[in-house]
Design a protein around this ligand. Sequence first.
Ligand code: MLT
Length: 405
Amino acid sequence: MKINDNYLKLKSSYLFSTIAKKVREYEAKNPDKQIIRLGIGDVTKPLAPEVIKAMHGAVDEMACEETFQGYPPEYGQKFLLDAINDFDFRRLGVEIDNDEIFVSDGAKSDTGNIGDIFSVDNVVALCDPIYPVYVDTNVMAGRSGDALDGGKFSKFVYLPCLEENNFLPSLPTQKVDLIYLCFPNNPTGMAITKDELQKWVDYANENDAVILYDAAYESFITQENVPHSIYECENAKTCAIEFRSFSKTAGFTGVRCGYTVVPKALERDGVSLNGLWSRRQATKFNGVSYITQKAAAAVYSQEGRKQVEDTIKFYLNNAKVIKEGLVEAGFTAYGGVNSPYVWLKTPEGMTSWEFFDFLLEEVQVVGTPGSGFGPAGEGYFRLTAFGSAENTKKAIERITKRFKK
Ligand code: MLT
């Protein structure tokens, strides 16, 4: 018997598990300290009243023989697919068929699982820094080559996102097959314009590459020229798969629901990727519960939409408080305008983890070290806007008091 020894190339624990463990240990030793958590991007506001109402209604339906539902349709209930289609695509002038949408338990699973339909020989291009799931799942699959000193892997193509390029990656200079893009970006909080994204679409079409586009944060977009979907770009349906999530949009981090769009026009090696993903999902996934899909559909109702938008505005205001507070105190900070994440430079030459330890121990604020998102994140730190207004304000006061110039 042999194990999948690709796993041995990974750090022993997932970034957010490592952070949670450190915080638990600190808490156990310092039970009297009040810790403020602005680390993992987990929401704090409860589900919208319309969502709760829909869930209660669905529970009642499940309690009755006439309306009870067993296995859900493999790829999503029609009422949810219709709502997604109308609101997320048709409204933008994008034509997507319902059978191009695959409802799932979230974008983390889908971005992690999508590799199943691609050969292990494909060359993977990744922004650096980036959401660690894309990196780790490709290591697990055997696409990474060897782990190098400094946190990189020999076969990945890294696309640095730095201050110099306004945190936007440049097109690869060598042949790549799979390109992971996430906009608005996790972790930098920076967005891409439609014209810039079009360059990636053109590149992928010309070079037979596939873009895996994570749009989990699209509902935080506030600026006009920023696309909500990659399919707003011309010819994206022949080169891009898009991932969406209800987690940050509607507070579903615990409920779990998202969806992935695999256009039928997207073919490689003469094979439809839509067909491959349908086959993969039907085999390895059993659909999302009726109650959850009812909850997700309620997000698109008129009242639901309004409630969810109010919550997003609330988080965006937290992001503003974080960013403005930091900048006023002399920090360099990015993001937070089309995103719930603020990306700041660590002060006084501290490494990302030194700053993490400092904040935890000195002011009891938890953030995420930039280097956890990749080597180019070293010297940076991420704070999320998903806390309460009170804690957000308090956290920034605590941090800036220590560093005010
Ligand atoms: C994050 O903090 O980067 C996210 O919460 C992770 C996730 O969505 O899985």
